[in-house]
Design a protein around this ligand. Sequence first.
Ligand code: PAZ
Length: 334
Amino acid sequence: MTTPTSPPQSSRLKRTDSVGDDWVQFFATHDAPQNYKEKREKMHSFAEEHFKKQTKVVLITSGGTAVPMESRTVRFIDNFSSGTRGAASAEYFLSEGYAVIFLFRHKSLEPYMRHFSRHSFLDMLQIDSETDNSQIITVDQTKAPNMLELLKSYQTVKTSKRLLSVEYVFLQEYLYLLRAAAEALHFAGSKAMFYLAAAVSDFYIPGQDMPEHKIQSSDGPPQISLCKVPKMLAPLVRHWATKAFVTSFKLETDKDLLLKKARQALIKFNHQVVIANILEDRRRQVTIVTQDKHFTISLTEEELSHEADIEEHIVKKLTEQHAQFITENGNGST
Ligand code: PAZ
């Protein structure tokens, strides 16, 4: 269900120029993570292949980022994100015909597999027959009612090679891979979409301030001072993927701040959409904020009783907006 809300200001949001280049410093002082080159190459080839086929490509980021406390990391600072938003959205983008680069936190939820995260996989299986040289194991459809449909969707996506999953764990890896993905999608122009649903840490301990070895409890509680993580939306919009359709997310716990913060982000970074959500009700309500309006999507009671995904509605709205964006900006590459 969509509730249109009249904008508090009818004119397009005004842009300020208060975006710094702290991101340059970050990359200059932090090395690329292990396997970076290989992952970057994969994203480039994937983007190129789908660009040739004229397929729209979306980069979805999903899950939290771990912030290490020691360089040989034993402990890290983390957050709540499960990856549901990203994984569910990936399925809906795929069913809309998009190719998806799914940049996700290791062990957070993944498209299709997410449906089995709350049930034991072994409980869904039964042994139908067993002889000395053959065994037949089947799926108990009562315990996995959507299995056939899911399997078909998954296989279609696999055959068309439209899903590339790339894992990260730590903040630094995430930031490097985000930049690589954005550069890979640069030549897709307006046909590229960014859907930045990952819960990225706002604070970190710079490499040069981190102890190498495990912090010793015998030394007493550590006094840790954190630095602000550079907002990568700034270079993404201005330098890495200048023609793409960019959607970011804003999570708050205070309802009174939410819309204000979402609009501030649009003003600051000058991208297309912010999806605003509150921690506790993020599964059933979000507000889509654009440069000239905002509206709320809420699941109905009936949808809630069927455990419907709000992501289906979000993705439908965004794909419509993206199509319009391509028409207005030309579908060309850079
Ligand atoms: O991963 P999840 O499904 O548990 O939660 C989704 C979410 C709240 C992380 C996402 O909707 C979001 O708002 N991401 C951006 C958070 C932020 O940096 O403000």
